[in-house]
Design a protein around this ligand. Structure first.
Ligand code: GLU
Length: 464
């Protein structure tokens, strides 16, 4: 049997950390088993589904490298199959038309409450003798009255539901639209899904879905309900905890590998290990090992992992992400130094690719202004003669590389009996506008001789 999993988001809100982790677990389990991972967009709620949310799902999954098999399935396009299944249940007597009006249902529930019972549909239309055919109706599933519906969940173990707690579910609304549980069952069966991996907020739907599989004579898949993610304060994850669209992590400078590594550990572990490559995850991850307890979101750990991946990546691997940040900052890198070299100089100090792009800015953009505080602090007496002397000697430097520049900086400082900072800081300010940059010799080597001279002369003109 080929394992087939799926991710089935509703594009009614933005795909965030929780949804991305569900997708990751379904993707990983499929990879682990040599199976297939499918994507189904559950867009039947036309009022609340948006194109923007669909785009975030597609972009977000692609960015994370969670590639799906074949084309995404759009649930809204499968209405005919849903209706067909409903008709099948109607003709076998496992579903029936319910003509109850809203008033009748309200009265029924009021009465149940008055008797201290849980309000639920009492099945009165199962045997209705006088259905008037021109009246609006819904189609209900004739669910079993007694016994239990049980499953062996791959995460939660054995779970049972008393059938008497489950009333006759509406399968089709009075406007003819099929409802959620019916559509999910029909689609999962048609797509050949063997393992339904989803958030534990769906557990209550599962007995209903199992009953529908049975009534339709379809094989029931295995289920794995994964615990929810809570914020650091233990409350359900919300925007305030960083439950933003997953693509915003890309914009904020996170690397997909760091996000993947972070997400996988929200509910799954392998000893005390924190850092896993994708290959390791595919070989180690098993849905049976996912814990039952809710995971807590931890921003510091995500940042730590991001720093780890930033430092351990090859500069070339970071190039596209940093270039994207520079472009969004309005910086054109053409004509400047090789971005991979700039990245190599910044890797040790950066926390994310936004940071890195900020650090890279000076190599592609002359300062538009100079940080006043830094100027006041670093341009005290003695700075100008040092700078002038360095400029004169630098102009004559043949080999413009970090080693030669290092030596030259040392020479000039020695001649003026000054510490390196007395020269390096003013240079940083003149070339970048502020007093922070990678090591000064490396910075100047990367910037290039002509650009250095241009910026120093312009700075001296403006500030001296
Ligand atoms: N569409 C549902 C959601 O976004 C998921 C359905 C499922 O996984 O079965 O929550």
């Amino acid at each position: 049997m080929t394992v087939r999993t799926r991710f089935a988001p509703s594009p009614t809100g933005m795909l965030h950390i929780g949804g991305a982790r569900t997708a990751l677990y379904a993707w990983l389990y499929a990879q682990h088993c040599g199976g297939e991972f499918m994507l189904r967009i559950e867009d039947t709620d036309l009022q609340r589904s948006t194109d923007e949310a669909i785009q975030v799902i597609l972009d977000g999954l692609s960015w994370l490298g969670l590639d799906w098999h074949g084309e995404p399935v759009f649930q809204g396009q499968r209405r005919a199959q849903h209706v067909q299944a409903i008709e099948k249940l109607l003709s076998s007597g496992q579903a029936y038309r319910c003509y109850c009006s809203k008033e009748e249902l309200d009265a029924m529930r009021d009465e149940q409450r008055a008797q201290g019972k849980k309000p639920m549909y009492d099945g009165r239309c199962r045997h209705r003798e006088d259905p008037s055919l021109d009246q609006p109706y819904v189609v209900r599933f004739r669910s079993p009255d007694d016994g239990e519906t049980s499953l062996h969940d791959l995460v939660l173990d054995d779970v049972s539901f008393a059938n008497r707690e489950l009333d006759d579910l509406i399968l089709m609304r009075s406007d003819g639209s099929p409802t959620y549980n019916l559509a999910v069952v029909v689609d999962d069966a048609d797509m050949g899904i063997t393992h339904v991996i989803r958030g534990s907020d769906h557990l209550n739907n599962t007995p209903r879905q199992i009953q529908l599989y049975e009534a339709l004579g379809l094989p029931t898949p295995q289920f794995a309900h994964i615990p929810l993610i809570h914020g650091p304060d233990g409350a359900k994850m919300s925007k305030r905890h960083g439950a933003v669209a997953i693509t915003e992590y890309r914009e904020a400078g996170y690397l997909p590998d760091a996000v993947i590594n972070y997400l996988v550990r929200l509910g799954w572990s392998h000893g005390d290990e924190e850092v896993f490559s994708r290959e390791q995850l595919i070989s180690l991850f098993d849905i049976h090992d996912v814990g039952k307890a809710a995971a807590r979101f931890d921003q510091d750990k995500l940042d730590w992992l991001n720093g780890h991946y930033l430092r351990s990546s090859e500069p070339g691997e970071l190039q596209a992400a940093v270039a994207m940040q520079l472009t969004s900052m309005g910086i054109n890198i053409s004509g400047g130094p090789d971005l991979a070299h700039v990245i190599a100089a910044l890797q040790e100090r950066s926390k994310n690719t936004v940071d890195m792009a900020e650090g890279a800015r000076l190599f592609y953009q002359a300062p538009l202004s100079y940080d006043e505080k830094a100027v006041q602090k670093n341009f005290k007496e003695g700075a100008w003669p040092l700078l002038q002397d360095f400029l004169v000697r630098a102009e004559k430097l043949q080999d413009w590389d970090a080693v030669m520049l290092h030596a030259l900086l040392g020479e000039v400082c020695e001649a003026h009996e000054a510490k390196l900072g007395k020269l390096a800081q003013p240079i940083r300010i003149l070339i970048s506008g502020c007093a922070v940059s990678p090591p000064i010799d490396m910075t100047l080597a990367l910037l290039g001789k002509d650009e250095f001279i241009r910026r120093l002369q312009a700075g001296i003109r403006k500030l001296s």
